[in-house]
Design a protein around this ligand. Structure first.
Ligand code: MN
Length: 423
């Protein structure tokens, strides 16, 4: 009897109902979590990791066996109400016919301390848990059972298996490489094994999966033009072999247009869309910012796909500063860094870095935030950090925008710099 092929949409629907059923038995649950920015890479990495691990479990059983129960659940690391900020993600989900109600969002996961003990966590697209996961899911380091990532290795959870941290353009590349090899559908030279792929293809939609995985690869490497490593190229060829007839440039153009589609969003939503918070616990700051000694510092970094000039001419400087303060207060941020990246008709690919202390007329931290912001500006401007920031003006308490001439430094590079400055 011909079995049905389980599409990604069906897998996600089944995973959601397995999650709902198992909520009262958390010892059987494993969550695959991307980073807090909730970008395409994090989302597709966690979904494809869960789907591929289910395929591996399924194919390891004898063919007459009943399909195993899903216990590895992909989690979107942002609130369900924030999905609509990500038009590229919405586009891919509608292409796959995935319904929002079939996805698990971080705000739906609530466990007490006893239940947390038994949860297993897989980190993808980051390798050190962020504050929201620490509060909601973390119990001890041993609960972090696997890591696949492409950020700087923070040397934590060294017993995780696998623990793969490689500098590649897209984390999704390492997810696919790991599981395709494990399933025997690809060798370690990125050659597809046709007969194994056909065998898996009887029950699972590998074509759909390859197309899905191609999305973050194209977005993270700007259609294989930036940050592309030999592994990214190898897996790109493998995807094309699995999912033939795809016009990848057209696909990239659609996704990029959707990703950059922020015109109708309010400034606060634009800040929130691709945002990460970095917490520095008990930092030994130098005397310049002594006001903050003993307190935790939270620096927010948001990544924005249009120039600051676009936002400022749309909303005006004062309104923009108000939005930043509003966002910062709601998220307990001391200083917000806004990193823009965009293509300019005359200058090509550009980056800017803007920085603003959070001003709260009613809160005590304002003065300290201003000092901290001045400290950061001074440090980030020093040449040995090589961000190559240039500014025409200097605005002490307000939003200061620099053009960033080191085009290679994204948030992934700036966050570790903050860590060296503040801890
Ligand atoms: Mn990533």
């Amino acid at each position: 009897m011909q079995k049905m092929v389980m599409s990604i949409a069906t897998f996600l629907r089944n995973a959601k109902s397995a999650f709902t059923d198992l909520k009262s038995h958390p010892s059987k649950l494993k969550f695959v979590i991307g980073n807090q920015s909730g970008d395409l890479d994090s989302i597709i990495s966690s979904i494809s990791y869960a789907y591929l691990s289910y395929i591996a479990e399924y194919t390891s059983l004898p063919s007459n066996h009943v399909p195993p129960r899903i216990n590895t659940i992909p989690v979107l690391n942002f609130k369900s109400s924030e999905l609509e900020l990500r038009k590229d993600v919405e586009y891919l989900f509608s292409d796959l016919k995935v319904e929002k109600q079939d996805l698990c969002f971080i705000n739906e996961l609530k466990f007490n301390a006893e239940e947390k003990q038994n949860l297993e966590l897989v980190l993808v697209d980051h390798n050190s848990i962020e504050s929201n996961i620490r509060n909601q899911l973390y119990y001890k380091d041993g609960n972090i059972v696997s890591i696949i990532d492409h950020h700087k290795d923070e040397n934590q959870y060294l017993d995780a298996q696998p623990r793969i941290i490689e500098v590649v353009g897209s984390c999704s590349t390492m997810i696919a490489k790991h599981w395709f090899e494990k399933l025997g559908i690809m060798d370690n030279k990125f050659q597809i094994n046709r007969s194994s792929a056909n065998e898996v293809g009887k029950n699972f939609d590998l074509q759909e999966l390859a197309k899905l995985l191609l999305g973050p690869l194209l977005i993270d490497t700007s259609n294989l033009q930036y940050k592309t490593t030999p592994d990214d190229i190898g897996i790109f060829k493998a995807y094309r072999e699995i999912s033939t007839g795809l016009n990848t440039t057209e696909y990239f153009d659609i996704l990029k247009k959707e990703k950059d589609n922020i015109d109708t969003l309010k400034a606060v939503d634009i800040i929130n869309k691709d945002y990460k918070a970095y917490q520095f616990v008990n930092p030994e700051l130098n005397s310049e910012v002594q006001l903050l000694a003993g307190e935790d510092i939270i620096i927010g970094i948001t990544s924005i796909v249009k120039p600051m000039g676009w936002l400022l001419s749309r909303d005006g400087l004062l309104e923009m500063e108000k939005s930043i303060d509003e966002f910062g207060k709601a998220n307990n941020v001391n200083v917000l860094i806004l990193m823009t990246n965009f293509n300019d008709a005359t200058h090509g690919f550009c980056r800017e870095l803007a920085i603003k202390p959070i001003i709260d007329a009613t809160g005590p931290a304002t003065q300290a935030n201003v000092k901290l912001s001045q400290f950061l500006k001074r440090k980030l401007l020093t040449s040995d950090l090589e961000l190559q920031l240039k500014s025409s003006s200097n605005r002490e308490g307000g939003l200061q925008v620099y053009s960033q001439h080191n085009l290679k430094a994204s948030r992934k590079q700036v966050a570790p710099i903050l860590r060296t400055l503040l801890t």
